[in-house]
Design a protein around this ligand. Structure first.
Ligand code: NAP
Length: 305
């Protein structure tokens, strides 16, 4: 049986992740338009990629068989989907690459299905670097036939694409991923703060440990920057904090808890309240240094005071 493949995509959400995804879709001839809350970003990308200018949103979404969303959080996604449902064609598909809760994925899927529109939750991992290279890991929940229709779209933005099961199971897998991300950050930031306290050459520590049993992506890619106090690239800690609350609510729904999640929420909440929310998650080393030196965290705006 031939599969009716999806190939007319509108990307909604041109943030750090959405922009490179749109470029990669365009390179494969799959992008017909872009949309963003701050309209200037959409106009700039439309110009950069030479996309057709549609007269209005109704014309843009009527031309699409797929809307790929990638926006900050649950409430943002809900308001977008509710606003575009009347504009989408029956038989079209919404693919959501944001990180939101499995419950939000399920309820949006129900709203869309009531209007004849399919939904796939397709959160991603691999960061802005992975989005630029088109090498994201994509964990997909939803109907397998719709997943098959979207294969070309997923191949344009990712290199490891896995159908996890029914709607919500992509987001549940992403929650598991974020527990792991938080745990690795806890281990590496604690260990490197200890290495500093031991007066070791920490650059050499990162080099030698990266090649051994403790080696991992975060140590290799963030180790050398965090010891130089460079936290301006990568994954904003406010986004991980949002994701950890999703992990917490997923655990709550099973009447379970994990100290790693609770402790990480507490740590990243303190950093965020001190003004470091836009820094990379490796800024956790600031807190670990304070812990080892028995000092208070200095808020961001008091550094130069
Ligand atoms: P970002 O750079 O902060 O961009 C956020 C996007 O969401 C922007 O396009 C923003 O529009 C839009 N947005 C926010 N609130 C909105 C609202 N109420 N209505 C309409 N649009 C709204 O974030 P990002 O890094 O691209 O992340 C996007 C999603 O991917 C998040 O769920 C994040 O957790 C997930 N993710 C991120 C990474 C990463 O490394 N950054 C990795 C994996 C997954 P404006 O331009 O108007 O602000």
């Amino acid at each position: 049986m031939t599969v009716d493949k999806l190939h007319q995509v509108v990307v909604y959400g041109l943030g750090a992740m959405g922009r490179p995804m749109a470029r990669n879709l365009n390179q494969q001839g799959l992008l017909i338009g872009v949309k963003n809350r701050t309209e200037g970003k959409a106009h700039a990308m439309q110009k950069e990629l030479g996309l057709t200018a549609f007269s209005d949103d109704a014309a843009l979404f009527a031309a699409a068989d797929t809307v790929l969303t990638c926006v900050s959080a649950d409430d943002d996604l809900k308001s977008i989907i509710n606003s575009i449902i009347p504009l989408l064609k029956p038989g079209s598909v919404v693919i959501d690459c944001s990180t939101v809760s499995p419950q939000t994925a399920q309820s949006l899927s129900d709203d869309l299905a009531a209007n004849g529109i399919a939904f796939l939750d397709a959160p991603v991992s691999g960061g802005v670097e992975g989005a630029k290279k088109g090498s994201l890991s994509i964990m997909v929940g939803g109907d397998r036939a719709q997943y098959k229709r979207a294969e070309d779209i997923f191949s344009a933005i990712g290199s490891q694409i896995t159908h996890m099961g029914k709607v919500g199971q992509g987001q549940a897998t992403k929650a598991v991923n974020q527990v792991m991300v938080a745990g690795v950050a806890q281990a590496v930031c604690s260990a490197l703060a200890m290495a500093e306290q031991c007066k070791l050459d920490v650059k050499k520590v990162v080099e030698v440990l990266s090649a051994g049993a403790a080696g991992n992506w975060f140590l290799e890619n963030r180790g050398q920057t965090m010891i130089k106090d460079q936290f301006n690239l990568g994954f904003k800690l406010d986004l991980l904090l949002k994701d950890l609350h999703i992990c917490q609510s997923t655990l709550d729904s099973m009447d379970a808890s994990l100290p790693l999640v609770q402790n990480s929420i507490e740590d990243y909440r303190r950093l965020s309240e001190a003004g470091y929310g836009d820094e990379d998650i490796s800024a956790l080393i600031r807190l670990k240094r304070c812990l080892l030196n028995d000092k208070e965290l200095v808020p961001d705006n008091e550094h130069d005071a």
